[in-house]
Design a protein around this ligand. Sequence first.
Ligand code: SAM
Length: 219
Amino acid sequence: SDSHFPVPISPSQFDSTLHYPQFFKSDSSKKIEFADIGCGFGGLLISLSTLFPDTLMIGMELRDKVTEYVKERILALRASNPGQYENVSVVRTNSMKYIPNYFEKGQLTKMFFLFPDPHFKEKNHRRRVISPHLLDEYAFVLRAGGIIYTITDVEELGVWMKSCLEGHPLFEALPEDELEADPVVKLLNTATEEGQKVARNEGQTFRAVYRRIATSLPH
Ligand code: SAM
């Protein structure tokens, strides 16, 4: 249960120097900008780490053993590649409850929801990591211009995530030419363990990539 892991009471109480010790030797003002929600075994973070070596990023994962695995994976990569992978870390948490405890308003530039659990039954839709209510929270922590990336191999969930994003006043779909030009979009299918499994089985995927727009909610 939630009582087994510590949760910062506010973003200022989250000690990122513990997560990126090497980074903070040179720059103590840096803030986390990318969050991979339900990061699983961490494949996306590992790919992003070298693609954006100056950006701090974190995975949020509910399962304790999986989180420990990702921690060990990052430490091993740091040890065998001196100077690399210092910008990536992971935390065990329930992202559906605690996003605002970790990130300030407008702090994030990218959020990732790759192959989230589908929660098929209607009564379980409230447990989905994309919902109208949770999008309010994600819009809060995302900077204007920030991007939310979602992908799934479950068509019903893909339709759901897209319709939630489409219906939210603070998000707009990324146009096709920008999707093409964004190197991160190419990773959605290939970088994570779940994505690789789907690719091996030649499964279809459903993607929705949306930008946080600048206007505020109407009163
Ligand atoms: N994104 C990874 C990938 O593409 O390989 C993992 C996908 S896996 C199907 C979904 C992950 O989300 C699981 O590792 C699960 O433990 C995690 N998860 C589910 N609910 C969560 C929550 N409320 N907070 C954080 N992680 C959660």
